[in-house]
Design a protein around this ligand. Structure first.
Ligand SMILES: O=C[C@H](O)COP(=O)(O)O
Length: 253
């Protein structure tokens, strides 16, 4: 099963989000990559648009959050708990995105606490890792594995098992015109897969690539990744249709 996910970040208002979700739902309902079970789609709208997105997309397209609180309830003004997200019907929560580290000062400890909060509430963490600057694939794997281990430590210590979806997002490839070179991504994904597969209690974990991903990339990455995590290049919903076409071709080869 190939995963194709989109974060809407804070690009759209509510009306544009719901119109976009309706277009995505139509594509998902019609495309045989989805109806035949070769592709699964997820969407991460803003918190306030989650209920409407669930109404439109669920259960064909999974809906998740772009963030969650480290705690499950209490005096945490402005925060949204994993418990409430799960109650609404979300199935995943993004943690550790480069923009939250850069703009909100999220530390590895926060990312770890949020990863544990997601798992504690039955949400699959969409755990973002990525090296800040372009170097060798080996250096990228080392940096990402360090981030992954730090993120999983609190969950491991609390005995919280469960699969994660690892989003490999090299920071230097986010918000650009082009993604990281496919051969580079394939090399890093191979190293990450080896590590992920060796972790106890994380069976079923998957790796997706994000960072200026768009149509055409999946064909180049092939089975090196389990899918893509898109941002701007999914703002036109028809981009998802062409990526689903690529999924079909991949599964036929
Ligand atoms: O969350 C998604 C990634 O940060 C990628 O965003 P982008 O494709 O717009 O660079």
């Amino acid at each position: 099963m190939t995963v194709v996910g989109v974060s809407l970040k804070m690009y759209f208002g509510h009306a544009r989000t719901t119109a976009w979700c309706r277009a995505v739902r139509r594509i998902a309902d019609e495309h045989e990559a989805v109806t035949d079970g070769r592709a699964s789609l997820f969407v991460l709208p803003t918190f306030v648009s989650i209920p409407a997105a669930l109404e439109i997309l669920s259960p064909v397209v999974a809906v998740g959050a772009q963030d969650l609180a480290t705690r499950d309830s209490g005096a945490y003004t402005g925060e949204v708990s994993g418990a409430e997200l799960a109650e609404l019907g979300c199935t995943l929560a993004e943690v550790g995105h480069a923009e939250r580290k850069r703009l909100q000062g999220e530390t590895p400890e926060t990312v770890g606490a949020k990863t544990a909060a997601a798992l504690r509430n039955g949400l699959t963490p969409l755990l973002c890792v990525g090296e800040p600057e372009q170097g060798s694939p080996d250096a990228a794997v080392r940096a990402c594995v360090d981030q992954l281990e730090a993120a999983l430590r609190p969950a491991d210590e609390a005995g919280l098992g469960g699969a994660v979806t690892l989003a490999y997002e090299p920071e230097w490839a986010i918000g650009r015109r082009e993604p990281a070179p496919p051969s580079f991504v394939r090399d890093v994904a191979r190293g990450l897969r080896e590590h992920l597969d060796s972790l106890p209690g994380r069976a079923g974990s998957r790796i997706v690539y994000g960072g200026s991903a768009g149509p055409g990339l999946l064909t180049e990455l092939g089975s090196a990744v389990d899918g893509l995590f898109l941002g701007r290049f999914a703002h036109d919903p028809t981009a998802l249709r062409s990526i689903l076409d690529e999924v079909n071709k991949l599964w036929r080869t």
